[in-house]
Design a protein. Structure first.
Length: 320
């Protein structure tokens, strides 16, 4: 087997076992901190390629179909950007959590989805086109909503224009690259590369997490009980947002008389907890509370471990 075929075969293997590889790979930042710290300068580039891989998979006719039926999309945007942060703040403001953790939890509930959400969602079996549309819409809206939430609920001012410019540049450049790639390669060839492209996403996701988590071993040695507590909190927030989102979307569907299928409801619920913590780090640096930073870093654990659970849930609830 020639080297190129071997690489494609290896990527396809990773793509077929994506959720397992993500769960295993997230610990690489803990096991090899001296190596993974060198990935930190490349985090932005990894996010760009992940976004590109997500977009190049998408059938834009599916995206247009969701735009023509905007009720679930609208409910998802209102829930994720407005209702979820307010309800989260009401739950944690008098909980006894440190100010840094309150900031982390509330801003997590106010953030847009991860750039990898469509790619991971497609691996799980969810609606990639819908997830991409949610991602794009919220990526453009969050520079307007996040500063309001941050200033009103946790008293931290954020720059709107700078964040909007960076996110708009990311979405516009990856969209243009994906459209060009689809025109050059063709839909049939891209579909044939689906598993290797999923495998590439796994490598990038693991590299991103490993780069972020390089400092966790030292934090654990300094205060293991605190690190464990914050990690458990991050799982609770991740799962809580998804379960609450599922309840909201099912209730709204009944009230509006909309027959949303399980794939769409589960896709919206998945996005509800799968929030982008990296952009929060970017907008809060350099004046970021240590507890806030710790939460955003260990918050990678549910992001990388829970898709394996989601894969099993999807197998039980979704049609083959």
């Amino acid at each position: 087997m020639n080297p190129a075929a071997l690489i494609v075969s290896g990527l396809a293997f990773l793509g077929r076992h994506a959720t397992t590889m993500m769960a295993v790979g997230v610990f690489s930042g803990l096991a090899f901190p001296g190596v993974t710290v060198h990935l930190q300068p490349w985090l932005t580039e990894m996010v760009w390629v992940l976004m590109f891989v997500s977009m190049v998979h998408i059938d834009w006719a599916d995206v247009a179909g969701h735009i023509r039926r905007p009720f679930l999309l609208g409910a998802t945007l209102v829930w994720m950007l407005a209702l979820a942060p307010v309800l989260t703040w009401l739950l944690v403001k008098d909980s006894g959590l440190s100010p840094g953790l309150i900031v982390a939890v509330v801003l997590t509930a106010a953030s847009c989805p991860l750039m990898s959400t469509p790619a991971v969602g497609m691996v799980i079996g969810l609606d990639g086109a819908f997830l991409l549309l949610v991602l794009i819409a919220e990526t453009f809206l969050v520079p307007l909503t996040l500063p309001v939430v941050s200033a009103t609920l946790v008293d931290i001012p954020l720059s709107t224009l700078d964040l909007m410019g960076r996110l708009a540049a990311l979405v516009a450049s990856t969209f243009a690259a994906a459209v060009i790639a689809q025109r050059i390669l063709g839909r049939a060839r891209i579909d044939g590369w689906r598993q290797p492209l999923h495998g590439m996403s796994v490598i990038l996701l693991v590299g991103f997490a490993a780069g972020l988590m390089a400092g966790v071993p030292q934090a654990f040695r300094d205060d293991p009980d605190h690190v464990i507590f914050v990690t458990i909190l991050s799982f609770a927030v991740y799962a809580g947002l998804q379960l609450a989102g599922a309840g909201v979307f099912m209730a709204v569907g009944r009230v509006l008389g909309r027959d949303w299928d399980r794939v769409k409801v589960l896709s919206a619920s998945f996005a509800s907890g799968n929030r982008n913590l990296a952009i929060l780090i970017a907008v809060l640096l350099p004046a970021i509370d240590p507890d806030t930073m710790l939460y955003f870093v260990v918050g990678q654990f549910p992001i990388y471990l829970m898709p394996a659970v989601w894969r099993q849930v999807a197998k039980q609830l979704l049609p083959v």
